[in-house]
Design a protein around this ligand. Sequence first.
Ligand SMILES: *[C@@H]1O[C@H](CO)[C@@H](O)[C@H](O)[C@H]1NC(C)=O
Ligand SMILES: *[C@@H]1O[C@H](CO)[C@@H](O)[C@H](O)[C@H]1NC(C)=O
Ligand SMILES: *[C@@H]1O[C@H](CO)[C@@H](O)[C@H](O)[C@H]1NC(C)=O
Length: 188
Amino acid sequence: MKSVMSNIRIVYYFVLFSTFACDFPKYFQNDYVMKYERHLVHFYNEKYIRYNLTYSKVSKTSRRFLFTVDVLQDIGSNIKVVLEALKFTSNEYRRFGFRYEEHPCSFTFNSPFGFSYKNSDTNLTTCPTKKGSYYLRDLNLDQSKFPPFVPRGRFMLNGYLYVDDILLTNMSFYIKIVPTDPLEVVIN
Ligand SMILES: *[C@@H]1O[C@H](CO)[C@@H](O)[C@H](O)[C@H]1NC(C)=O
Ligand SMILES: *[C@@H]1O[C@H](CO)[C@@H](O)[C@H](O)[C@H]1NC(C)=O
Ligand SMILES: *[C@@H]1O[C@H](CO)[C@@H](O)[C@H](O)[C@H]1NC(C)=O
């Protein structure tokens, strides 16, 4: 169970922070495909930030990620991301005991999972972050580098970003983990 949780956490990272090009040399998988369904930005704190996040279809098989943000006052390094995953079972998204906290300043620049800015098209590269406008765009996910054997099904991934314990934004990503092999029996 523990490793399942950590896989979900990594999948979550891919979803939320996928522009920080991922370099997972030790992972290879071709047993599933992660499908994006939709996302919702519930709230952002206009004292600190204003942003647009789109992940729009450009062709049958690809989407374009575009994130633009106006940082309205300097943001310090006391940033915290809280992540939780809910799994769709019996017609609703239910908690299954997964909650995780991370400090983006440390994980962006000193990442335990090998995230880095090196292949991303962005000018949001400093933490703490000064007041100003920034963008992150054109992400190409290499799903073969996702961790293998993540649970199948539909998930809602909720993310909360705090600075000095003040909520800056919260959002939900809806994704689906689909086995590559159409004959795989999925037990939910
Ligand atoms: C978000 O999009 C709106 C409408 O296109 C635009 O007016 C606004 O400047 C954008 N905000 C940011 C932070 O990119
Ligand atoms: C980042 O790029 C945007 C859009 O090109 C530009 O308006 C902004 O000044 C840049 N920000 C920094 C800190 O370079
Ligand atoms: C997001 O934050 C807003 C403002 O605090 C809150 O009203 C809303 O319930 C939150 N949504 C979720 C899904 O947590």
